[in-house]
Ligand binder design. Structure first.
Ligand SMILES: NC(=O)c1ccc[n+]([C@@H]2O[C@H](COP(=O)([O-])OP(=O)(O)OC[C@H]3O[C@@H](n4cnc5c(N)ncnc54)[C@H](OP(=O)(O)O)[C@@H]3O)[C@@H](O)[C@H]2O)c1
Length: 252
């Protein structure tokens, strides 16, 4: 019996340290799509489960699930909610707050998806800095075909990009954002509402340089899943749920 920690984020790695220190048996799960993983402490499994059915099968040996995946990994979160509902496995979501209340947020351009972000960006500048990951680059290729985009990704993009685009492979830490953006003469920043402090320096730099910022909103999390922002809160929650499981009751 163990805890399944769905990870791929800095918070998940922080939580893994807390769990290891507390002597909780757990397995971290990674999607396995990034070439150069930053690994958490403890046992790690890698690769998809095979949808909800596969995850249901995997949960046979699992006492509780912590969904600490990225705020934009909505497929995995939905699958975790569905599989835990089916098996009655306690589930908690660890999610960093977004940037909607951050300094300057009221002046940013908030959009609901990447297609909308791409079209809007094309109207705001000709030298965009794209920091939206590689999965959704396809949405930007058409509207920004004539732009001189700077694209920052962790791994090589999987699709052909316009010749004038510059790809920068970088997994952070992102400490010289102002220099990078000024060096490219970026005139608009595009990002997801990832939240947290890890990628905040680009937002601060855009503010300092007076650049417009396009932000793709998060979609709503699966309904009915308790969500906390701090790894320590997950540890407290697990304390209650693991005690209850040991006592043979699943009553709330
Ligand atoms: N999306 C982002 O912007 C972003 C940014 C930073 C880190 N990440 C991390 O990268 C991973 C993939 O993100 P995504 O947006 O591609 O996910 P996604 O679209 O929500 O998930 C697609 C499928 O990938 C598999 N998967 C995703 N996360 C997994 C995990 N932690 N362990 C095992 N399988 C996983 C699952 O496959 P099956 O259906 O086969 O189980 C899932 O259905 C996540 O772990 C996430 O935390 C994502």
């Amino acid at each position: 019996m163990t805890v399944l920690l769905l990870g791929g984020t800095g918070e998940a790695r922080e939580l893994a340290v807390l769990l290891a220190d507390a002597g909780v048996a757990f397995v971290s799960s990674l999607a396995g799509r990034v070439a150069r993983h930053r690994l958490p402490v403890g046992e790690v499994r890698s690769g998809g489960f095979g949808g909800v059915d596969g995850l249901v099968e995997y949960l046979a040996g699992v006492e509780a699930v912590v969904d600490a995946t990225h705020p934009f990994a909505t497929g995995m979160s939905a699958n975790a909610a569905a599989a835990c509902a089916r098996t009655g496995t306690p589930l908690i979501r660890l999610e960093r707050p977004g940037w909607s209340a951050a300094p300057g947020a009221e002046g940013w351009h908030w959009v609901d998806g990447h297609d909308e972000a791409a079209v809007l960006t094309a109207g705001l500048g000709t030298r965009p800095f794209l920091t939206i990951g590689r999965q959704h680059l396809g949405s930007y290729v058409g509207p920004l075909a004539d732009a001189a985009a700077l694209v920052r990704v962790v791994d090589e993009p999987e699709i052909p990009l316009p010749d004038a685009w510059v790809v920068r492979l970088d997994r952070g830490p992102y400490e010289r954002e102002r220099e990078l953006m000024a060096g490219h003469r970026a005139d608009v920043l595009v990002t997801k509402d990832s939240g947290g402090t890890w990628t905040w320096p680009k937002m601060a730099a855009a503010g300092e340089l007076g650049l417009p910022v396009v932000v793709v909103r998060r979609t709503a999390a699966p309904a009915g899943v308790e969500t906390v922002p701090e790894p320590a809160e997950v540890l407290a929650w697990l304390g209650q749920h693991l005690d209850r499981a040991a006592a043979g009751t699943t009553e709330p």
